[in-house]
Every structure is written in structure tokens, then in C-alpha cells.
Design a protein around this ligand. Structure first.
Ligand code: SF4
Length: 307
């Protein structure tokens, strides 16, 4: 199938059957933490980017699949697809499962986009900044987008949308953690049903670092009532820790290779790597645009942030 992916186990949506209406990495942001790489096409222009009837046929063909949500997400920002509203509405006819949209929130400034997205049962917008300098630094937006407008669009959407709204805040070390109180204030104004705090757990497009467990838990004081997105058990099983370090002692390795060698899913592996990195047992470096993890033996740990 070309436009459907999964079902995949999502930390927020359970078993999620994904619908991707975009060519690879089409977005109006170029977030430093993006797990699908640098934005290939930085644009705010909406268009028909996938053949609607084919997408709908693919959704219909998944009627026998088990999943918890049908989720519009994928290779970029789904609201850039001018087919989104029609596809959501038709998807309701094709499945009884709740329809979700994951969005970076930027086009919710547009009443038409708000109306289209409001056809979903569950909307998961994101907000990583409250001031323009931080927005520029972490989300690297298309030139016409302003964070004040984005927050205003989110407030309007909340007023107009009856369904569930779960606001995600991605916290990145040295990028937006200082701004957390202002983001929390904006989130309070928006009034989502849930606030979900996240940090970098998958290979990012830029060499950025996650917040530690302690820092994430401290954030719960700044965002009252928020939740840290589940899936963190904050511990690496001893045997797994030994196997991981042994592998990385021999040479730097990329995430895919480590996952394959240890038979681990990327999500679990990234969680373990982040924890061991936080403990100072390994580090990461960029080589020719690719991310590698390294673990020098003994005292020879000159890897910290060698990116
Ligand atoms: S909005 Fe999403 S897809 Fe776009 S750059 Fe940011 S993380 Fe990547």
C-alpha cells in the first residue's frame, strides 16, 4: 500500500493505522528534533498531494485490520493536503474506529483548515514555543508563520472543536526548556483536554538532546495536570545494557544496525540509548549527515556531545 502504514504501536494512540497524504517530508516547519529528517519541501501552500480515491480505496481495504485509531500523519504536515477534510469525512464512512489527526498546529490559523480538521474525533496538535526567537530556533518555520498567530489559531480551534484535543509539547535540551513556563501559560489559554510532554526519543534531524528523567518530572510542576507521554520506564534491563555497551565498544553504530543486531524495536532502543546517554555511558556523533552512537571503554569517554 502506498498511503497507509501500520498498524504501528503508538505511544499516544495505541495501535494506530496511519494515513499519509504527503510526498516525503513536505512541511512548513523544519523542527530540529524531527524524526523523519530535514524538510525537503518547506512550504505553506496547500495542494492535492495524493490521489484521493486511491487513498480511500486503501483505507477501505484495511477493514479487517485491528487498530485503535485511524491517524492522518506521516511524512510531514497533514494539513498541507487540501484533501484532508474530504478524506477524514469519507474515512468515517469506511471505519467505525476514531479518526485522529496529528498536526503541527500552524495552519489552524486558517478557518477552512480548522473546519476540515474538526471533522476528526481526536486532534493532536503540538506547541513547542511561546516566543518568536524560540519558535525560530526549535521549529525553523516557513518565513510567514508567527508563533502568536499559531497560538491564536489553537485557541480558536479549541472554541470550535467538540472532540478531544491533546496538546503535545516537545521539550529539547537547551532549546525550549527555559521557556516552559510561557508555553504552559499558552497551553492553559488554549485549554486542551490533555497536555502531553515529550522529549527526543527517536533519532532527530539535528544533533539535539533529550531532557533527563528528572528534568521531565520537574516539568510536571510547570505544566499542572500534564502527563509525560508513557513508555518511559527510565531503566534499561541489566542484560540489555551489557549487550548494548558491548556492541558500541567495538565501533560507532547507527540506530538501525543496533536494533537489527539486538532484535529491538526502534522506539525501545532509542529509549534505552537515551537513558544510557543520560548516565554518561555512551554518546552520539554525526558523521556525513548520519547519527552514530559510541561508547568508548573505561575512562576514555571523550564523546560527550561529539556531534
Ligand atoms: S512539524 Fe512534524 S513533520 Fe514537520 S518538521 Fe516538525 S516534527 Fe517534522
Amino acid at each position: 500500500m502506498e498511503y497507509i502504514f501500520g498498524p504501528v504501536l503508538s505511544r499516544r494512540l495505541g495501535l494506530s493505522l496511519g494515513v499519509d497524504l504527503l510526498p516525503h517530508k513536505t512541511c512548513n516547519l523544519d523542527c530540529v528534533y524531527c524524526e523523519i529528517g530535514r524538510t525537503a519541501s518547506l512550504t505553506c501552500k496547500r495542494g492535492i498531494l495524493a490521489p484521493e480515491e486511491k487513498v480511500l480505496r486503501e483505507i477501505a481495504s484495511c477493514s479487517g485490520y485491528e487498530f485503535d485509531h485511524l491517524t492522518f500523519a506521516g511524512s510531514g504536515e497533514p494539513t498541507l493536503s487540501a484533501s484532508l477534510g474530504r478524506c477524514i469525512r469519507r474515512a468515517h464512512e469506511l471505519t467505525e474506529k476514531p479518526v485522529a489527526v496529528i498536526t503541527n498546529s500552524t495552519l489552524l490559523t486558517d478557518p477552512l483548515v480548522r473546519e476540515e480538521v474538526a471533522a476528526a474525533d481526536l486532534v493532536l496538535p503540538s506547541l513547542d514555543a511561546a516566543t518568536e526567537p524560540t519558535f525560530q530556533k526549535i521549529n525553523c518555520p516557513s518565513p510567514t508563520i508567527r508563533i502568536a498567530d499559531v497560538i491564536d489559531g489553537l485557541c480558536r480551534f479549541r472554541e470550535e472543536f467538540d472532540g478531544e484535543m491533546w496538546l503535545e509539547v516537545m521539550l529539547v535540551k537547551d532549546y525550549n526548556q527555559e521557556e516552559a513556563p510561557l508555553i504552559a501559560k499558552a497551553a492553559e489559554e488554549i485549554g486542551p483536554d490533555r497536555i502531553q510532554l515529550n522529549t527526543v526519543v527517536r533519532p532527530p534531524s539535528e544533533p539535539v538532546l533529550p531532557l533527563s528523567r528528572e528534568e521531565m518530572l520537574e516539568m510536571l510542576d510547570i505544566f499542572p495536570g500534564a502527563e509525560v507521554i508513557p513508555d518511559w520506564d527510565w531503566q534499561v534491563p541489566e542484560l540489555m545494557k551489557a549487550e548494548l555497551l558491548e556492541l558500541l565498544y567495538t565501533r560507532p553504530r547507527q540506530v538501525d544496525e543496533i536494533g537489527e543486531l539486538l532484535g529491538l524495536k526502534i522506539d525501545d532502543l532509542m529509549k534505552y540509548l537515551n537513558i544510557l546517554e543520560g548516565e554518561g555511558l555512551l554518546g552520539r556523533r554525526m558523521q556525513k549527515g548520519s547519527l552514530y552512537f559510541v561508547a568508548p571503554r573505561g575512562d576514555n569517554r571523550g564523546f560527550s556531545n561529539e556531534l
